[in-house]
Design a protein around this ligand. Structure first.
Ligand code: SAH
Length: 196
């Protein structure tokens, strides 16, 4: 797969071995998905690159990421965009990723614990939205929070998922394009007190 130079440069700057579990550090350079804590996975670099490229980021882009995970994709976005807002459902993953991104000096990253199905309404609209866990259908709150002219990349589906590119035209019309089949962890709903 050929990638844009700006995206390749971002990959040069971010050391993936700092984002994986210690036992996988020696294979961090391989183009493979790897397990992270809490039963989640970090995607293979070629897929991270493809998804990043589809966002067409500019230096001043405001980006929303759902599924911080290890923070690897967050760091790549932070190299290319103006501001990155990232939401993670699992507090433990959020804490570790936040510490990691702070220690690497990413001052343009804003990380929060929460349910990505609601997006980040106070900071909307976003020029780009990237979702790295798969919901069964495209969450409406996220399409609403996409700016006119904005782009969203999201895996959609249950057992069979499709990577989708959603574009919003300058007059607010939504278009959905199927890119290719993918496998992501499911996007879950935050537990309410009724579930506990
Ligand atoms: N992009 C990450 C990998 C993410 S794996 C990286 O580069 O490491 C998917 C992540 O989405 C997991 O950490 C999972 O906990 C999180 N997730 C699942 N459902 C979510 C939701 N509703 N809101 C926010 N995060 C969610």
């Amino acid at each position: 797969m050929l990638h844009k130079k700006s995206v390749l440069d971002a990959f040069e700057k971010v050391d993936r071995s700092l984002f994986v579990l210690p036992e996988y550090r020696s294979v961090a350079d391989a183009d493979e998905a790897l397990p992270i804590s809490c039963g989640q996975t970090i995607s293979q670099p070629s897929l991270v690159a493809k998804m990043t490229e589809l966002l067409n980021l500019a230096e001043n882009s405001k980006v929303l990421e759902i599924g911080t995970g290890s923070g690897y994709q967050t760091a790549i976005l932070a190299e290319l965009a103006g501001e990155v807002f990232t939401i993670e459902l699992i507090p433990e993953l959020h804490e570790t990723a936040k510490k990691r991104l702070d220690s690497l000096g990413y001052t343009n990253v804003h990380a929060a614990v929460g349910d990505g199905y609601s997006g980040w309404p106070d900071e909307a609209p976003f020029d780009a939205i990237i979702v790295t866990a798969a919901p069964p259908v495209i969450p409406e709150a996220l399409t609403t929070q996409l700016s006119n002219g904005g782009r969203m990349v999201i895996p959609v589906g249950d057992s069979e998922q499709m990577l989708c590119l959603i574009t919003k035209s300058s007059d607010g019309l939504i278009q959905v394009e199927n890119i290719f089949p993918v496998i992501f962890v499911p996007m879950r709903h935050q537990k309410t007190t009724h579930d506990q």
